[in-house]
Ligand binder design. Structure first.
Ligand SMILES: NC(=O)c1ccc[n+]([C@@H]2O[C@H](COP(=O)([O-])OP(=O)(O)OC[C@H]3O[C@@H](n4cnc5c(N)ncnc54)[C@H](OP(=O)(O)O)[C@@H]3O)[C@@H](O)[C@H]2O)c1
Length: 271
């Protein structure tokens, strides 16, 4: 039996829908903290169980009978919250006798800066648990840079980035989800650490591609990160360190095809 958490989120939803095309619904369990939000899966024959990372008892029941568990990391990056929640998940998996855990870790988790350190800690918990596991060190989502907001860059004719000239190896949520799904059913994933990264491109190439696809030039302008605020400042703060500069072919190997290209991603959002 394959048990999947985070099924109401971007990544988990794609995973469970992909599994439904390959595995009988009777062999799948969807874990949601609000089961009503997963009604569509129940309607398709998937058993939906309640499981909240803040409620250890709910998790042990939710994970019962799991040969494989997809543990989607919590989105709550409030300092201290995720380590507690992830400790609950690993403890419950151990108590429930889960056969293998597949964990959505993050790029740089071996020595993660900032909030990535939560993943470092969770990888340590998994190692210490003695449970067979598979680590998916996901890069950041392409969608954080390639999204319908690019239409504004087309209109202004400019893309402002605080990238310090550093490239990114971002991957689409769909590619990362399908790679995760592949590790839930295939053989040979016990103990594997997958560095899941897309094709490497620069922000200057993003501007050029947006211009090309839109048929209107878009200039790239580099600024210091101090000139940005909110989410862009957060994102470029990581990009400028070179965290995303290195390629890896683990993603395309799991997908069995090339990862989504920059042009494909831009074309999809500017369509
Ligand atoms: N690689 C990246 O660039 C990137 C970007 C964003 C996030 N992430 C990480 O990757 C994970 C998956 O990404 P995503 O885009 O699918 O995130 P998402 O859309 O925010 O989905 C998060 C999932 O976690 C569930 N969840 C939240 N709190 C929970 C709790 N206390 N107990 C049980 N389930 C809980 C949510 O359920 P509800 O529907 O009930 O809220 C949802 O199903 C995120 O949670 C985050 O750790 C990675």
């Amino acid at each position: 039996m394959i048990v999947v958490t985070g099924v109401t989120g971007n990544l988990g939803k794609i995973v469970i829908n992909d599994l439904l095309e390959r595995v009988p619904a009777s062999e799948l369990v969807a874990v949601a903290r609000t089961p009503a939000k997963a009604q569509e899966l129940a309607d398709r024959g998937v058993e939906v169980r309640a499981g909240d990372y803040d409620d250890p008892a709910s998790l042990e029941k939710a994970f019962a009978g799991a040969d494989v568990l997809l543990f989607v990391s919590s989105p709550d990056i409030t300092p201290g919250v995720r380590p507690r929640q992830h400790g609950n998940v690993v403890d419950a998996a151990k108590a429930a006798g889960v056969g293998r855990i597949v964990y959505t870790s993050a790029i740089g988790a071996q020595d993660g800066p900032g909030f990535l350190a939560d993943h470092t800690r969770t990888e340590g918990l998994l190692r210490d648990s003695g449970l067979p596991h598979t680590l998916l060190r996901n890069t950041f989502y392409t969608e954080s840079l390639v999204n319908p907001g690019l239409q504004e860059n087309v209109e202004s004719g400019e893309l402002v980035a605080a990238d310090a000239g550093q490239p990114v190896n971002f991957a689409t949520i769909r590619d990362l989800a399908l790679a995760a799904s592949a590790t839930l059913t295939g053989d040979g994933h016990v103990g594997a650490v997958y560095e899941l990264r897309g094709p490497v491109w620069t922000l200057a190439e993003l501007a050029a591609t947006v211009g090309d696809v839109a048929g209107k030039p878009v200039a790239y302008r580099q600024v210091p990160v101090e000139e940005l605020e909110g989410l862009p400042a957060f994102l470029y703060g990581f990009i400028a360190t070179g965290l995303f500069a290195e390629p890896s072919d683990d993603l395309e190997k799991l997908l069995g095809r090339p990862a989504t290209s920059l042009r494909e991603a831009v074309s999809a959002v500017l369509r």
